[in-house]
Design a protein around this ligand. Structure first.
Ligand code: HEM
Length: 270
């Protein structure tokens, strides 16, 4: 009720799935703990207990995999986001550990019939270590944000004929974004006739480029920052990034001789 589950959309499903996940985790971890205690304190009846618990553990881990996968899908708006966040990578590590648990458990169940105590103990110790590693991964997961965050775009590119700086802020989909573009041109090229700022969806290339209307707000004389160049700055504002995904920002400059130079930069918003 106070973690990621409660902040996810499609309520109450995330809270219910998280509750079931925690319940199954408590059964598995609690059961393993009881087994360990039994091994240390009183070994009589350990094997029948282990046999009974092995079926319960199988069910609990299966329930953890199902409820955990539901939880993960509900926490992120798009499953491809898992490869853009630390949260996603820790989750992949956790899934790998769970697969290792399944393999160890399969060996353990085979050994239950033969009842060789030495090998059984080693497999049990491995199972407990993997469980501890999973719990560590869980501790990290709950502290990381599941969704990737949008960040302002700061872009600077130097070229032979043109230097460009562009910023988009806050650089989020469907909101009013502020665009600023500065271009540096050689003095002999004169003032630019036109600076065109366009956004192209890399995910949906069939869509026409979106023009961002910009107006000039500054012209410095000679700007010595990058050599004998003149700087011209433009700005615009509006909801020109309609949806999340990968975008390409292109800046096209038409100079006094009607020659066009273009610079482009890809970026991703969520
Ligand atoms: C394929 C298997 C699994 C998947 C896909 C999975 C997925 C998840 C996800 C997405 C979360 C939410 C993390 C967050 O709050 O940001 C979570 C939390 C958790 N998982 Fe798993 N998990 C799996 C297996 C396990 C196992 C085997 C355990 C056993 C200990 C476990 C114990 C927990 C616990 C204790 C939490 C914290 C829940 C909370 O704080 O509300 N999970 N898991």
């Amino acid at each position: 009720m106070s973690g990621h589950a409660v902040t996810a959309s499609a309520q109450p499903l995330p809270v219910v799935a998280d509750f079931a996940h925690l319940l199954a985790a408590a059964v598995w971890v609690g059961g393993m703990w009881v087994l360990l205690a039994k091994l240390r304190i009183d070994r009589s009846g350990f094997m029948p207990l282990l046999r009974r618990f092995s079926g319960v553990a199988l069910l609990a881990v299966a329930a953890l995999a199902v409820t955990g996968s539901i939880t993960a899908v509900l926490y992120v708006r798009n499953v491809t986001y898992l490869v853009y966040t630390d949260w996603g990578y820790v989750l992949f590590a956790k899934i790998a550990l769970v697969l290792a648990v399944v393999i160890v458990a399969a060996f353990l169940r085979r050994r239950l019939g033969t009842g060789e105590p030495g090998k059984l103990k080693r497999l049990l110790a491995l199972d407990v270590s993997l469980m501890a590693a999973i719990l560590l991964a869980v501790g990290v997961l709950t502290y990381l944000p599941p969704q990737p965050a949008n960040e302002p775009l700061y872009w600077h590119q130097m070229g032979d004929k043109l230097h460009v700086t562009a910023t988009i802020s806050p650089n989020a989909p469907g909101v009013d974004n502020a665009f600023t573009v500065s271009v540096w041109l050689p003095k002999e090229a004169g003032d630019p006739k036109q600076v065109r700022v366009q956004l192209v969806s890399a995910d949906r290339p069939e869509l026409a480029p979106i023009d961002v209307p910009v107006v000039q707000f500054e012209k410095t004389g000679e700007d010595p920052t990058y050599g004998p160049l003149q700087k011209f700055s433009y700005r615009g504002q509006g909801a020109y990034l309609p949806f999340p995904g990968e975008w390409k920002l292109t800046v096209t400059v038409r100079d006094a001789n009607d020659d066009e130079t273009q610079a482009e930069r890809k970026f991703r918003i969520y």
